[in-house]
Design a protein around this ligand. Structure first.
Ligand SMILES: Cc1ncc(COP(=O)(O)O)c(C=O)c1O
Length: 385
């Protein structure tokens, strides 16, 4: 049975071009980039090239790129590193819909005496910028707000937020793990100070990430040890990961248009058909400001996990929450923050597409999904009689 992979917000396939680029780095070009010999220097140059490729995608200077171990590490570093560099400020502002890589760190800060404000969202997952304006004060060290939500795809007006935060003298970090490679970014012209991304969300291997650090931003290193990454992130570099991420950034720049046209066309086709063919369902997220690849639908009266199991029988991979929260029967914290009713939050399914999906895969899913929903509803005690 063929696998139909609609779970690209959880992780993505490594692009063939990326694999080709990194293969020689395991058994042939395996030197340590910090070594003095020519062999090591060759590897160091590959890391330099990856830094340039990443900077080109983000529209920043190569020196502003810090390679990390993953998106989670980038988020943790941004938060902890900013607070360590500004010990006199004791307030952090975030949102209730962040990924656990941010939310868990912020909640832990409360135990250390920080004031942490979690901004709420409306029923479509949108923020109230006036509320952010009211919360920003002289004691605010950091505002950390995601660029796009991993569960609903809702995109926040991050450029506007960054300007507001800068005008109040705080540092602004954004978790851009889900948006990099999907919309064009130009950090040179933006007020974002720190930005996190993760390789495995844009067709690079797992276990590598980037923290963009605007020149002049005060940040204490999180990982201490060697002098790698100009002393900003110690530890021998994950060379294949970094080189693969560089190549993935280059490919993402080339494929941005396709992400926005082909992928969006397929997502829209799938979404429209499912909403039409399945009664009692609702779209979760901001319909006007959304990632082009993400579709989150709640099917009332049935369990998302049951839908996933039935889809799995057809080889269709989707998700009933973020990869980190699925496995728990608690409805997603994002949908709860949006006030999605309990019965709908439990039956939510996220389809997240990539440029590797085809129209046949979408048509196949449209053919089978309504029957799955009907079958489960026939068994459900929650359907009103
Ligand atoms: C929005 C967001 N932030 C952070 C992460 C964590 O990234 P990583 O898996 O590279 O640690 C994820 C992963 O799902 C994510 O979706």
């Amino acid at each position: 049975m063929k696998t139909i992979y609609f779970d690209n917000n959880a992780t993505t396939k490594v692009a063939e071009e990326v694999l080709e680029e990194i293969q020689p780095l395991f058994c042939d070009l395996y030197g340590n980039p910090s070594s003095m010999h020519t062999f090591g220097g060759q590897i160091g140059r590959r890391i330099g090239r990856a830094r340039e490729q990443a900077a080109a995608l983000l529209g920043c200077e190569p020196s502003e790129i810090v390679f990390t171990g993953c998106g989670t590490e980038s988020d943790n570093t941004a938060i902890s590193g900013t607070l360590a560099a500004a010990p006199n400020k004791r307030k952090v502002i975030t949102t209730r819909v962040e990924h656990p890589a941010v939310l868990t760190v912020c909640r832990e800060l409360e135990n250390r005496g920080y004031t942490v404000v979690e901004l709420g969202v409306d029923s479509q997952g949108r923020l109230d910028l006036a509320e952010l304006g009211r919360e920003l004060d002289d004691n605010t060290a950091l505002v950390t707000i995601m660029y796009a939500n991993n569960e609903t795809g809702t995109v926040f007006p991050v450029e506007e937020i960054a300007r507001l935060v800068r005008s109040k003298g705080a540092v602004f970090h954004t978790d851009a793990v889900q948006i990099v490679g999907k919309i064009p970014l130009n950090l040179k012209d933006s007020a974002i100070d720190l930005l996190s991304l993760s390789g495995h969300k844009l067709h690079a291997p797992k276990g590598v990430g980037i923290l963009y650090v605007r020149k002049g931003t005060r940040l204490s290193p999180f990982m201490l040890g060697g002098h790698q990454e100009a002393g900003r992130r110690a530890g021998t570099e994950n060379v294949p990961g970094i080189v693969g991420l560089g190549k993935a950034c280059e490919l993402a720049a080339v494929n941005l248009q396709e992400e926005n046209s082909k992928v969006k066309y397929l997502r829209d086709k799938l979404e429209k058909a499912l909403m039409e063919k399945c009664p009692d369902c609702r779209l979760n997220g901001d319909p006007d400001n959304r990632l082009p690849n993400t579709c989150n639908i709640s099917f009332e009266y049935i369990e998302g996990e049951a839908i996933l199991l039935m889809l799995d029988k057809y080889g269709i991979c989707a998700s009933s929450g973020s990869a980190c929260t699925s496995g728990s029967l608690e409805p997603s914290h994002v949908l709860r923050a949006m006030g999605v009713p309990f019965t709908a939050a439990h039956g939510s399914i996220r389809f997240s597409l990539s440029r590797y999906n085809t129209e046949e895969e979408v048509d196949f899913t449209i053919e089978h999904m309504p029957a799955i929903v009907n079958q489960l509803r026939e068994l459900s005690p929650f359907v009103p009689k």
